[in-house]
Ligand binder design. Structure first.
Ligand code: SF4
Length: 362
């Protein structure tokens, strides 16, 4: 089998490690780019949400590189989310376009279905090998997330603009190249040192802004136009609320011990939402409240155009913003989102937060 899958942030690094260890040939599609988006948009229904379109483009580019098997999550994010239909609709569109392939869907409904779906790809491998593959993939995912969180914390202090991004890319490359746990551990510790050694101006007092919303657009820098990097380079410390590893732990009911647990945000949202709307809707509301309690300066809410769960969150956030005196900026992203418009709104928002902060008694 030559397996391909959609891109989402650094997810390819973990998936490649798991599938490679399970003895599968992995075809990683090119990083999401303008062509990927154009391909996805051309063949998708117009009303489909942005992740659907970009994932379709990823699949086409993977098939062009010789893949014969597509791997996709097979269940929805719950409630009003349409993710559960993606695999079947992608399959129908791609077959109509004449591609010959097999679609494998991995269910994320329960722990056993999720792990069993991947384990099924390791036929002929021992349980020890399968567990090692998972553990290595998981370790790489956590290592990439750690590097990303560190880059968010350090970027507003960097003296040479762009240096954090260069260091971050180096660290992620090392994590990707690690073949075993020993190398991964080394890559992690070297990465921390590289960040620490950067020239930083610690006299600065950066604004602290939460970035949350729909997980795909938060995670994929191409579709959010590198928003987190832009904010960092504007002197803002980004606190990302959504991490894929936390999301997976939550989906398989193993996040009870995590301090970043999604369950905390769901509880915080309860006064505004009596039931789970699906995907990250309740989390977007809950994280706004939690961010206020933690003293952050504002929150940026990212959502794809036509995303049903986030439309619900977007309609509630103005009230939460008023009740908690928390500035919220929503970006609705689709294939027409342009850099100039985003930068104008971002700069205005950061200016507003800076003024608010300077007026506050110290
Ligand atoms: S959360 Fe929204 S954008 Fe994401 S897959 Fe579901 S409906 Fe689409």
């Amino acid at each position: 089998m030559k397996i391909t899958f959609p891109h989402m942030g650094n997810l390819d690094i973990a998936v490649k490690a798991i599938l490679g260890r399970l003895g599968q040939e992995v075809i990683v599609p090119p990083r999401t780019n303008k062509r990927t988006l154009n391909l996805g948009v051309r063949y998708s229904p117009e009303f489909a949400c942005l992740p659907f379109k970009v994932n379709l483009g990823n699949f086409i580019e993977g098939l062009e590189k010789g893949a014969d098997t597509l791997l996709m999550i097979g269940d929805s994010g719950g409630g009003a989310c349409r993710l559960g239909f993606y695999a079947r609709i992608h399959e129908a569109i791609l077959k109509r376009l004449g591609y010959n392939f097999r679609m494998i869907t991995v269910s994320n409904r329960s722990r056993s279905q999720f792990l069993g779906g991947f384990a099924g790809l390791g036929q002929g491998k021992s349980w020890k090998d399968i567990l090692y593959a998972f553990w290595l993939g998981w370790g790489k995912m956590r290592a990439c997330e750690e590097a990303e969180a560190l880059s968010h914390r350090i970027r507003p202090y960097e003296v040479k603009r762009g240096e954090t991004t260069k260091v971050y890319n180096r660290v992620v490359k090392k994590i990707d190249e690690a073949e075993a746990f020993k190398e991964l551990k080394l890559a992690r510790s070297e990465g921390r040192c590289l960040f620490q050694e950067m020239e930083q101006d610690r006299d600065r007092r950066p604004l602290r802004v939460t970035v949350g919303g729909e997980i795909y657009v938060v995670w994929e820098p191409f579709v959010n136009l590198n928003l987190e990097t832009r904010l960092g380079e504007m002197g803002v410390e980004v606190i990302r609320t959504l991490w894929l590893s936390e999301n997976i732990l939550h989906r398989v009911h193993l996040d009870f011990w995590s301090w970043r647990s999604k369950s905390r945000a769901l509880r915080a949202a309860e006064p505004y939402l009596g039931y789970d709307v699906g995907a990250e809707c309740n989390v977007s509301v809950g994280d706004t409240i939690i961010s206020r309690r933690r003293g952050y300066d504002g929150i940026i809410h990212l959502m794809p155009f036509t995303c049903m769960p986030e439309i619900v969150a977007q309609s509630i956030l103005p009230k939460v913003s008023r009740d908690y005196n928390m500035p919220v900026l929503t970006f609705i992203l689709d294939e027409h989102t342009a850099e100039a418009g985003m930068m104008t709104r971002l700069e205005a928002f950061v200016d507003l937060l800076a003024r608010r902060k300077s007026c506050k008694p110290q």
